[in-house]
Design a protein around this ligand. Structure first.
Ligand SMILES: Cc1ncc(COP(=O)(O)OP(=O)(O)O)c(N)n1
Ligand SMILES: Cc1ncsc1CCOP(=O)(O)O
Ligand SMILES: [Mg+2]
Length: 509
């Protein structure tokens, strides 16, 4: 379904920020932007000359026109010029949240200070924002100046950023993204922080040196709104917004005598524009004083797979099935046993490794990395949570390949920190093999992941069968991993032959 996002914001006559930026940013993510204009600013690249707030009656009539015909999946709010506007919008948000069948998500970018340094709102709006508006906001995206203005916390370091985010949550905002574009900490980097319910994370990249950054705040919040409208998780929306801004800053040019606008381009396609997920054990993590879990080991750069394309990848829960797949010529297999006692596991993993040698195939062991090392498996496959607990140094030093599961852009970039041997994307389609609620990626996202991770062997998993394998392979992914398409097939040798044909172009099928 085509998604509608409303932008409630001011018009920038210079065309770089406000409504004008919002429309372009949302367009880049194929989302339709409806507008409710709150002020007609007279500004150019040198500064703001006049604000010209729109009356609450006119704002109300714009809302009224949209509500009956084009309700929003997400409402993005930018400049609200006075207390009356904040109260009006808050009342409407309350109504929409309480009465719409699908209540809209609300992204609020508290536009208080333009990149020129001009104050864009009346001073007494601060308490109205905190008391009336923030309780209806799902994601608030202040820059450091706005954070200080709203919270009174002076952002001298990472712990102050966390304290300020908690304060914004205490005013009612569900998630808080504090943008570090104006924060030179660590020097030369742009570090952003997100507090999502109780979960926190940081994204960072080297600062892009350009004076032409007008409209970055509005554009970033608009991309977040557009991605939320497409039902991307906030983590992915945040990643894509940062990548879009980085891409736009690199392409930004001057139009007037002063600060030019961030460029509006397209869905970010270059890995170099994506931020890093900052983790304990990384240099940026150390700079930000991250706590390490006591037994945490960070390692990166695992042994390479035998080839860039892993072909048909059978994921099975017994040695019996493993051997059947190997006998049919499957060269990449995984033993994925759950809820099994230690003695059985030990024996099964030893047998799986021997079968791999017998059939000259690559056997990966899911979860049980110690037993995989003990028996000399070709590799291990780990999930995102396992990265925190497995001894990655031991796996790397033992020369085992490491495959990592990812479910979205955030997890993909997190996995990239470890430079694993291959990268798996899932679940592509709904599956009954495992509970993947909220983690279905679809082909559209797979098409984005594969070129971004072009340096890795890539694997698609989840709900793939003979009828879907070809379209999955057409995304350029080098391997298709399946469970039921083999183990529940009426004629598994025939299923394997057909899957191999789709994935590897094997002519024997
Ligand atoms: C090839 C491949 N991709 C993803 C998975 C899922 O692994 P994980 O996240 O560790 O979840 P479980 O399989 O342990 O439930 C996989 N096994 N193989
Ligand atoms: C283990 C796993 N990880 C993501 S989806 C999935 C299950 C894939 O099973 P199926 O091929 O039967 O859908
Ligand atoms: Mg696992």
């Amino acid at each position: 379904m085509n998604q509608v996002v409303w932008s409630i914001a001011g018009s920038d006559s210079g065309g770089g920020a406000g409504i004008q930026a919002d429309i372009k940013a949302m367009q880049s993510f194929s989302v339709h932007c409806c507008t409710v204009i709150t002020a007609l600013t007279a500004q150019n690249s040198l500064g703001v000359e006049a604000l010209n707030p729109i009356s609450t009656e006119v704002i109300e009539s714009q809302l009224q026109a949209l509500v009956t015909d084009m309700p929003a999946t997400v409402i993005k709010i930018g400049m609200l010029a006075n207390v009356q506007q904040i109260q009006l919008i808050s009342e409407h948000l309350k109504h929409y949240k309480n009465t719409w069948e699908v209540p809209p998500l609300v992204v609020y970018d508290p536009v208080a200070i333009a990149s020129s340094g001009d104050l864009l709102t009346e001073e007494d709006t601060v308490s109205a924002i905190k008391e009336c508006l923030l309780p209806w906001v799902d994601v608030v995206t202040p820059n450091t100046h706005e954070t200080q203005l709203l919270t009174g916390v002076y952002l001298i370091g990472p712990s102050a950023v966390k304290e300020a985010a908690q304060k914004l949550q205490s005013y009612g905002a569900k998630s808080v993204i504090i943008k570090g574009g104006h924060w030179d900490y660590p020097s030369g980097y742009c570090i952003d922080y997100c507090l999502q319910d109780t979960h926190e994370y940081w994204l960072g990249n080297e600062k892009i040196q350009t004076p032409h950054s007008h409209g970055t705040g509005c554009s970033m919040a608009s991309v977040i709104a557009a991605c939320l409208a497409k039902r991307y998780p906030l983590k992915d929306a945040f990643i894509l917004a940062k990548a879009y801004i980085n891409q736009g800053l690199k392409a930004a040019v001057r139009y007037g005598e002063g600060i030019g606008p961030v460029a509006h381009t397209h869905f970010p396609v270059n890995l170099a524009d994506y931020p890093q997920v900052i983790e304990a054990g990384s240099w940026l993590g150390d700079e930000l004083d991250f706590d390490h879990p006591s037994n945490f080991t960070m390692a990166a750069g695992f042994a390479e797979c035998q080839s860039k394309k892993l072909g048909l990848y059978a994921v099975v829960d017994s040695v019996d099935w493993l051997e059947k797949c190997l006998a049919e010529g499957v060269k990449t297999v995984q033993l994925r046993m759950k809820n099994t006692d230690d003695a059985t596991l030990d024996e099964a993993i030893a047998s799986a490794v021997m079968l791999g040698q017998k059939y000259d195939a690559q056997v990966y062991i899911n979860d049980y990395w110690q037993l995989a090392i003990k028996h000399g498996a070709y590799g291990v496959h780990l999930g995102q949570e396992d990265l925190q607990t497995a001894n990655l140094i031991e796996i790397k030093e033992a020369g085992l390949r490491l495959g990592v599961s990812t479910h979205g852009f955030y997890e993909m970039l997190r996995a990239h920190n470890y430079r694993p041997s291959y990268m798996a994307f899932g679940a592509i389609y709904p599956t009954t093999t495992k509970d993947m609620t909220g983690q279905i990626q679809g082909l559209e996202k797979l098409e984005k992941f594969v070129p971004l991770m072009a340096d890795y062997p890539t694997v698609a998993i989840g709900g793939i069968d003979v009828s879907r394998a070809e379209q999955v392979a057409n995304t350029g992914v080098g391997s298709v991993a399946v469970v039921r398409a083999i183990t529940e097939a009426e004629d598994y040798p025939s299923a394997i032959a057909k899957l191999k044909q789709c994935v590897e172009g094997d002519s024997e099928a």
